[in-house]
Design a protein around this ligand. Structure first.
Ligand SMILES: *Cc1c(COP(=O)(O)O)cnc(C)c1O
Length: 359
């Protein structure tokens, strides 16, 4: 392990910043990896640009919007929360109406890829609205980054955060974040100190800035090695190619699932390619089925969270795991287990439908 101020390590940090800017599609100077998992990215987004008493609009249609609301309240922000049923996405008019009722709102927060439901939230129009009305736009792209188009600058996103272990296929432990000049201005102009010492970017930023390199906390060195390598792999493949791979593989999985009679959970036209949520068929025992899948086939899929626990499965095709081979292995196992439990008469249709999709 080299030290956290070793010139070799500082070079790695510089490269990480450059590769993160390309990944977020931004020119933002303040683009770094926060020490901690995706939730530390979420918390750093709010603690840095929300002061006690600031009004924040949070859009909630799943677990992670809920978590955002919780954070806003914990740091003394004034929470205005709007909800959509899980699996659905917000319309621009939902945000417009909420802002009309709460004109003092200073920041709008939303999740791009709701991992608890499989819904993909369009951001472009909401970004325009925030920018033209002088509000900060905060976006959770933990699950989308590296697997689906995300355009921080083009979509007027002021703060975006992600995690390493979703579509970047890196071990968990860092949270890539990016802050626009607008967000940095808010941070620099705060009347109160950032309530979290550990996540205060006005201090951490100095460590990531060439020439300053002021010690704040020891960087998790080996995690940064891992992120560096993951980002090299992402850019070697190319962002557009990566998004396309996720889309094609999801289409094959969905074709296979639909041929077996599964129904997709998230709103049509707004489904994630890296997290495919389906209703559990009637008569199938959720926990028992997932246990058999793991024990007998070494395949782990996600159960439902919160209000959809026991009702849906979430099948991840994130980063390196988004491959045709994994889809065929999964569908074969799924068919075999469904047949064993008497829920499928003649297997084969799922695999056949998936194989028919262009690879
Ligand atoms: C996973 C996830 C998080 C939290 O990330 P952790 O690494 O678990 O802390 C936040 N938002 C979304 C959308 C996620 O999928």
């Amino acid at each position: 392990m080299v030290g956290h101020l070793d010139p070799q390590f500082l070079g790695i940090m510089d490269n990480i910043q450059k590769m993160l800017r390309r990944l977020f599609r931004t020119e933002n100077r303040l683009t770094i990896a926060v020490s901690g998992t995706g939730s530390s990215g979420m918390e750093s987004a709010f603690v840095n640009v929300v002061e006690p008493g600031d009004e924040v609009l949070v859009c909630v249609n799943g677990v992670f919007g809920n978590r955002m609301s919780d954070i806003v309240e914990r740091i003394g922000g004034v929470l205005h929360r709007i909800d959509r049923p899980w699996g659905e996405v917000f319309e621009l008019s939902d945000i417009e109406d909420a802002l009309a009722s709460h004109p003092e709102v200073k920041a709008v927060a939303i999740v791009h890829a709701e991992t608890s439901t499989g819904a993909l939230q369009p951001l472009e129009e909401i970004g325009k609205l925030c920018r033209s009305s002088g509000r900060l736009f905060l976006v959770d792209c933990v699950t989308s980054l590296g697997g689906e188009r995300f355009e921080a600058d083009e979509w007027n996103v002021d703060v975006a955060y992600s995690g390493t272990q979703k579509c970047l296929s890196c071990p968990p432990g860092l949270a890539p974040v990016t802050f626009s000049e607008r967000a940095v201005k808010k941070l620099k102009g705060r009347e109160s100190k950032v309530v979290s010492w550990y996540l205060d970017l006005s201090m951490i930023e100095k460590y990531w800035t060439d020439g300053e390199r002021a010690y704040h906390h020891t960087a998790p060195i080996s995690m940064n090695y891992a992120l560096h390598e993951a980002l090299c792999l992402v850019h070697e493949e190319g962002l557009e190619a990566r998004w396309e791979r996720h889309r094609r593989n999801s289409a094959a999985l969905v074709a296979g699932l639909e041929a077996l009679g599964f129904r997709l959970f998230a709103q049509e036209g707004h489904r994630l390619p890296m997290l495919n949520a389906v209703w559990i068929p009637e008569g199938v025992d959720d926990a028992g089925f997932r246990k058999a899948l793991l024990d007998d086939y070494d395949i782990e899929i996600g159960g439902g969270l919160g209000e959809v626990a026991g009702k849906i499965w979430r099948i991840g095709l994130m980063g390196e795991t988004s491959s045709r081979e994994n889809i065929m292995t999964f569908l074969g196992a799924l068919e075999a287990l469904l047949q064993e439990s008497g829920c499928l008469e003649s297997p084969g249709a799922g695999l056949e439908a998936a194989a028919a999709e262009p690879g």
